[in-house]
Design a protein around this ligand. Structure first.
Ligand code: ADP
Length: 610
């Protein structure tokens, strides 16, 4: 796009330059022709005044010489050879002084009687020049001037003639001939050609030799006869100069095209007519000079214009680039500002959102705090409830057993069976001890006190458990298989706490099989290295993954609201920990869950049991 506009620009520039060149050429040429005309006219003035000066210089000299006594005497005694020689010698000396070609004296018949060139081969003495118009005029008593080719010397010259008088009578004529070659020489080499033509238009003086004796216009027969008679110019040399004169735009000048041989040249010509001599002087300067100057000026002007255009183009392009840059910069700035404004707006919105969010969070926090407080409160209440529920759960079983033993004892007493009654009362006492132990355990659940342990034989443990759970097993028709419970297996533990653990495990096993017919719980103990294992196995659904992960967590239960508290296993875990043992749970390969309690084997069995 840019290249295209650049090309278009340069085409316009070239077009404008061409048009300007075309129209400018005429004006510039006219200007230079005017200059050339002025220059030519000044050359013409110089040439004319030079010629005029020469004429004026020599004219009075002839009159002066005509008055010379020797000349007059010579004409009165023309046979006096000494006088001839003396006068001729005087004339030679004068000719030398005044730079004249020849000076000579003719008698009234036109015969030369004394001449400055008397000693030369071409001496005029004895020659008759009565055919020359200057003689004919002078002999009539008038001063005459004439231009002609010398018939003897064959040199062109200008003749000044004055009558020599003796009284009123013209006795002879004295003539000064001046050469024109020197004058012509002065014209050469100036670049301006000069020609002088007579009234017939014949060129008799010229800066170029080949133009001599050429006529500027066709010669009439009368003119030719006159020339022949006066022997002014050699007839055979006369010819017409092939020239064409056209007018020029510049006043006072014309164009002269001169053709010689094959070449022709046009000249700007200025002419001047010298009225007293009857000559026309033409100063001719080659027209090519003006053409050359015109061309040079136009080329220089064109180059200057092109240079200016180039500079202008450069400046305009630079300016355009600057404007483009400024506009682009302003646009970029605008976009930047727009983006900044957008970003600021986004940030403001984000800020507002954040502020809103913070406020919401604060509110939520506040709500959470109050909810937490409520939850804590609720949690406290729930724990209280759960604790009381746990207490009632743990106490209900021995209480139910106590009630049953007490009623049986009453029956035995009514039947006077004191021994059995006493046995039942013993059972009741045991139950009371157990409840006391349970109470203390629950009381100490949170603070885990280290209670004293003792060596306990397993045989007594299973018996106590059976006494407590017996009624439930009977009610729910559960079979309890137990093996390996022997007093030879001794561990360091608390009797009732260990029984509580076993009771919890058996109760859970029974709970797990509540939906089954003929549920069987298998309890056994065995020696494993230095430890004694106590295992409780059921045939229930077993333990899934979720359950196994949180079995021993307090309050974890899968049972209904009024059925489980989730404390059994947690309490059992703590008790076994207190004994320095471990409790684990796993699924039996044949189904059901197996809970294993591992306790260190004690060295001996001690009697005391709690
Ligand atoms: P609770 O008996 O009050 O639920 P536990 O701590 O004794 O509390 O038991 C926790 C949970 O462990 C039970 O709810 C039950 O899901 C699971 N569990 C305990 N024993 C068994 C078992 N023998 N078979 C299957 N699940 C059991």
């Amino acid at each position: 796009m840019r290249t295209y506009s650049n090309t278009a620009w340069w085409i316009i520039v070239a077009g404008v330059t061409l048009v300007a060149f075309w129209f400018g050429y005429g004006a510039t040429e006219r200007y230079y022709l005017q200059q050339l005309t002025a220059q030519n006219q000044s050359t013409l003035r110089l040439v004319s005044s030079g010629l005029q000066g020469s004429l004026l210089r020599y004219e009075p000299l002839t009159s002066l010489l005509a008055d010379k006594a020797d000349v007059k005497l010579l004409l009165s005694s023309p046979q006096d050879q000494d006088r001839i020689t003396r006068v001729s010698e005087q004339l030679r000396s004068i000719a030398q002084d005044i730079d004249a070609s020849d000076i000579y004296v003719m008698n009234s018949l036109g015969v030369t009687i004394a001449a400055s060139n008397h000693e030369e081969r071409t001496s005029f003495i004895g020659r008759n020049f009565n055919f020359r118009p200057y003689f004919q005029e002078a002999v009539q008593g008038a001063s005459a001037r004439y231009f002609a080719l010398g018939t003897t010397s064959l040199k062109r010259g200008y003749y000044f003639a004055s009558p020599v008088r003796s009284g009123e009578k013209v006795t002879g004529v004295i003539v000064i001939k001046i050469g024109v070659e020197e004058i012509e020489n002065d014209w050469r080499g100036s670049g301006t050609e000069v020609i002088v033509a007579d009234t017939d238009g014949i060129i008799f003086m010229a800066s170029r030799e080949e133009w001599l004796f050429k006529s500027l216009n066709p010669l009439s027969d009368t003119a030719l006869t006159r020339i022949r008679t006066s022997k002014r110019y050699p007839i055979e040399k006369l010819s017409e100069l092939q020239s064409e004169v056209t007018t020029s735009d510049v006043a006072g000048s014309a164009f002269t095209t001169i053709t010689l041989a094959d070449s022709s040249e046009a000249y700007l010509t200025n002419s001047r007519f010298m009225s007293d001599a009857g000559w026309t002087v033409h100063a001719m300067v080659p027209k090519t000079l003006a053409d050359g100057r015109t061309l040079t000026a136009l080329v220089v002007a064109t180059l200057v214009v092109l240079l200016l255009l180039l500079i202008m183009t450069f400046v305009l392009q630079r300016r355009a680039r600057l404007v483009r840059d400024i506009v682009a910069g302003a646009r970029a700035q605008e976009q930047l500002e727009l983006r900044v404004a957008e970003r600021t707006n986004d940030l403001n919105i984000a800020n507002e959102n954040l502020t809103k969010e913070v406020a919401e969070r604060r509110q939520a926090e506040q709500q959470l705090l109050s909810t937490q407080n409520e939850l804590v409160q609720a949690g406290k209440l729930a724990v209280l409830g759960q604790m009381s529920a746990a207490l009632s759960h743990e106490l209900n079983q021995p209480l139910a057993a106590i009630k049953s033993y007490a009623e049986n004892a009453r029956t035995y007493l009514a039947r006077n069976k004191a021994e059995q009654a006493s046995q039942n009362i013993g059972h009741i006492s045991e139950m009371a001890d157990r409840m006391a132990e349970l109470g203390s355990h629950l009381r100490n659940f949170a603070r885990k006190p280290k209670q004293a342990t003792e060596a306990i034989g397993f045989g007594t443990v299973i018996e106590g458990v059976k006494n407590i759970i017996g009624p439930r097993l009977k009610n729910e028709n559960v079979t309890l298989n137990h093996s390996g419970f022997d007093d030879s297996l001794v561990v360091n533990a608390g009797r009732y706490r260990l029984q509580q653990v076993l009771l919890n495990l058996i109760n859970n096993a029974v709970d797990a099989m509540s939906e089954m017919d003929n549920p069987v719980v298998t309890v056994f103990s065995e020696v494993r290295g230095h430890e004694i294992a106590l295992c409780v196995r059921d045939h229930g659904p077993g333990l899934n993954e979720t359950v196994s992960g949180q079995l021993f967590d307090p309050f974890f239960t899968t049972k209904g609201v009024n059925q489980g508290l989730g404390l059994g296993l947690s309490i059992s875990y703590n008790i076994i920990q207190d004994f320095g043992g471990a409790i684990t749970a796993e699924n039996h390969p044949d189904g059901g869950a197996v809970f294993t309690v591992l306790l260190k084997q004690a060295d001996q069995v001690e009697d005391a049991a709690e």
